[in-house]
Design a protein around this ligand. Sequence first.
Ligand code: PLP
Length: 467
Amino acid sequence: MSTTTSPASKPAAGQVRAATTPGAAGASSATTAGGRVALRQEALHAAIADPAMDSMRILSETAMRFPDALSFSSGAPYDGNHDLADLSFHIDRYVKHLQERGVPQHRITRTLFQYGPVNGFIQDDVAQMLRQDENIDVPAEAVMITHGFQEATLVALRGLFAGPDDVLLSVSPAYVGIRGAARMLDIPVEPVGEGPDGLDPEAVAAAARAVRAGGRRPVALYLVPDFSNPSGTVLPLEARRRLLEVAAEEHLVVLEDNPYGLFARDGEAMPTLKSLDTAGRVIYLGSFAKSAFPGARLGYLVADQPVTGADGTTRTLAQELSRAKAMFSVGSSSLSQAVVGGILVENGHTLRPATRDLAAVYLERLQVTLDSLAEHFPPERHAEHQVRWNTPRGGFFLTVDVGFEAGMAEMERCARDYGVSWAPMSMFHIGGGGERQIRLGFSNLAPEAIREGIARLARFISESPLA
Ligand SMILES: Cc1ncc(COP(=O)(O)O)c(C=O)c1O
């Protein structure tokens, strides 16, 4: 089922104009008796009123709306390790790094204060990190520094999707950022359902063929192979290899989103699709939100595919897409780049050792969540309450099946009356599904709070009638 509203379902221009007074604020405005401009939501782009575009805000604001509730609703990272002094330390570290490389002081000052190159100035640092941490070997020219994963996605989608019949295949359930980005750009999305081991490559092939049979063009596939959000699944190695074959057979670009891969148990890290990709099928979408901190709003796009222009010159796709980035954000924050650049330099351009303590924090929280669920719902109570949950090997999330519809209204009742919030899984499903499932994000709750939160959740589940 395609999820983008077709242009035909938008309000006709005439409907809007019927209630408007053309003039100062344009044809889609209406004036009230007091003469002040008032707008009607239907007059705005249809995506603005689409619930798919509001999920991000709802998830990040739930904790603020219910300040007394323990929040399993977001994937906010652990923040007990932050120190304000680290910001200036890392900026200084990056400045020193530039000085050591012989960059004159006036150029360093300009780098930090002026408009800079659209694709950023820490691409080489990120390329070095990718070589060490992910075995991804690309030149700095294949890297674009972005305003988080979110902008990397918008840039990639804008570049790849050329016409109204171009379709994005997406794992479902999926991170709300991909669906909202596609919706904003009027790109139709077709869901490919996942199992306990993530996407089945043959299901991807079938979905691509079905799109083609319907006269449209499947252009790209989005997935999170490592500890996916929302379900915590990890794609097995054989499936990774087969998925790349399917991508080649079906002429798909693969959009690999990997914010959680660093937090695997020792010895369990999987090779990224990009590192296995010998044919240039994969665009890698990275984020520093979980490996550094989300307030930096820094991420990156890796696109080493060559693009030849009308004049015969060839550049990387990342360089070519800088025109799109320029129009989204002009360039990424120089201060954030300097801080993250300093973190990379300070850690010898590898974040794996630097994030071992953090990985241990998340793995402990996952274990406490699983143990608390098991304590409140021993096997003999599973059938009585129709409760089951998955057991991811890492990441920030797990999902719980319940015996009643668990939508936004139930979540709000649970937060208000039981003092614990979570995310309805239906928010992540594309084209329906997940109505009796909840997502628990445990990354930003201390073990004691998790134990108390699961006790409250267990009371809520036990007291909610099966339906
Ligand atoms: C699957 C997924 N991708 C990316 C991100 C990070 O995005 P950004 O860099 O825009 O904060 C998140 C954060 O929650 C996520 O869950």
